[in-house]
Write a protein that binds this ligand. Structure first.
Ligand SMILES: [Zn+2]
Ligand SMILES: [Zn+2]
Length: 401
């Protein structure tokens, strides 16, 4: 794009700031959980319809909404821009003018802002359709918070609505400095799997342990032994986490229970490390149970793969981000152990994911009742998404098969 046109885009994005905040607040008041985003989908459709997109699909992966804007003369594969739609089962703190109107539901991860920014990008691009060299997909995805909505959208054929060659997404982050874009090439966010184990022994009187098979002691040993998985089975130069967040057993101090159960999570950034964690966690649990004479029911709940940015796409996104916020505000961040299902898009096509700082280190974190975002950064996000569509990465034979 010529420089003049860049300034125009920046100005236009800034001029949208009132709309972006209003859209975010409308969505914030009406949070819906994964695959229940019916009102949200209707809201998005109502905002997208007047833009005169070439196609508007509803019901992709149940409640997803996808808009397609075609370039007058497409000269390459399409660009997919994604925002997630779902909220969380959290009761928001009182007092905000835009507080959630739905009890026990809250946009506590910023997905309301993601939708607002993508609506903004759709608005900016529909006004500049003549500048488009590639088709653009505005992908509003349901069920990010543990439901794997991205995977379901891909299975539902979202990548075939146009010839998608690149995928990009943004995540607002309340504890990162407002107005900074933070990303890195390679692994950005962790792969996540959950595991559950129920140790089955034989209960009895706590004063007669020799007549029982104590599942509680065995489960406690297993929880402690799991801490050796990362320490002893993973290359010290690789990052991984194994944490147990739930441990339950027993009803009274003088009764040895029949069962003991725990529930944990594992995080990693590479598929080979992920496979090691899965294997060793199961071996440690089953081995500890066997040593104690317990039976064990072990379940692995496979979660999202790691978010791994394509090197060239991440470099391209960083470069365009510098046009939006200046060199000093584009930061190469360390990987983060949270998980995100944008990974499914990145496993299917080259692309990149970035954080947009919307607060600072003292602000409440994501998934808390106090969570909020600095809305003044929304135009920056909308502008970057629009630029990614207007200036796709130079073709470099990066397409994955
Ligand atoms: Zn979240
Ligand atoms: Zn999120």
């Amino acid at each position: 794009m010529p420089a003049m046109s860049q300034d125009e885009l920046k100005g236009r994005a800034e001029a949208l700031s009132g709309d972006l905040t209003a859209w975010r607040r409308d969505l914030h008041r009406r949070p819906e959980l994964g695959f229940e985003e019916h009102e949200t989908a209707a809201y998005l459709k109502a905002r997208l319809e007047p833009l005169g997109l070439d196609e508007l699909r509803e019901g992709v992966a149940q409640t997803g909404v996808v808009g397609v804007l075609r370039a007058p003369e497409s000269r390459g594969p399409a660009v997919l821009l994604r925002a997630d739609m779902d909220a969380l089962p959290i009761q928001e703190v009182e007092g905000r003018p835009y507080v959630s109107e739905i009890p026990g539901r809250m946009h506590a991860c910023g997905h309301d802002g993601h939708m607002s920014m993508l609506l903004g990008a759709a608005t900016l691009l529909s006004e500049r359709r003549g500048d488009l060299k590639r088709d653009v997909l505005f992908c509003f995805q349901p069920g990010e918070e543990g439901f794997g909505g991205a995977d379901k959208m891909i299975q539902d054929g979202v990548l075939d609505l146009a010839d998608v060659g690149e995928v990009y997404g943004l995540h607002l982050w309340s504890t990162m400095k407002s107005g900074t874009f933070q990303l890195r090439p390679g692994p950005l966010m962790a792969a996540q799997d959950e595991f559950e184990a129920t140790f089955v022994g034989r209960g009895g009187h706590a004063a007669l342990p020799h007549q029982t098979i104590d599942p509680l002691v065995a489960a406690a040993q297993a929880v402690a032994a799991l801490q050796t998985v990362v320490a002893r089975a993973v290359d010290p130069l690789e990052a991984a986490v194994v944490s147990v967040g739930v441990l339950e057993a027993g009803t009274a101090c003088n009764i040895i229970p029949d069962t003991a159960r725990f529930h944990g999570t594992m995080r990693s950034f590479r598929e080979d490390v992920r496979a090691t964690l899965r294997r060793r966690v199961q071996e440690v649990i089953e081995g500890t149970a066997a040593a104690a004479g317990c039976k064990v029911d072990y379940k692995l709940h496979k979660g999202y793969p790691a978010v791994v940015n394509d090197g060239a796409a991440a470099a391209h996104m960083s470069e365009l981000a510098r046009d939006v916020v200046g060199d000093d505000n584009v930061i190469e961040c360390p990987p983060m152990a949270c998980a995100e299902d944008f990974s499914y898009f990145l496993n299917a096509r080259p692309g990149a994911f970035a954080f947009l700082g919307a607060g600072g280190p003292d602000r409440p974190g994501h998934h808390t009742p106090e969570f909020d975002i600095d809305e003044s950064v929304l135009p920056r996000g909308a502008e970057l998404l629009a630029r990614l569509a207007l200036q796709p990465a130079a073709p470099s034979g990066r397409a994955r098969s």
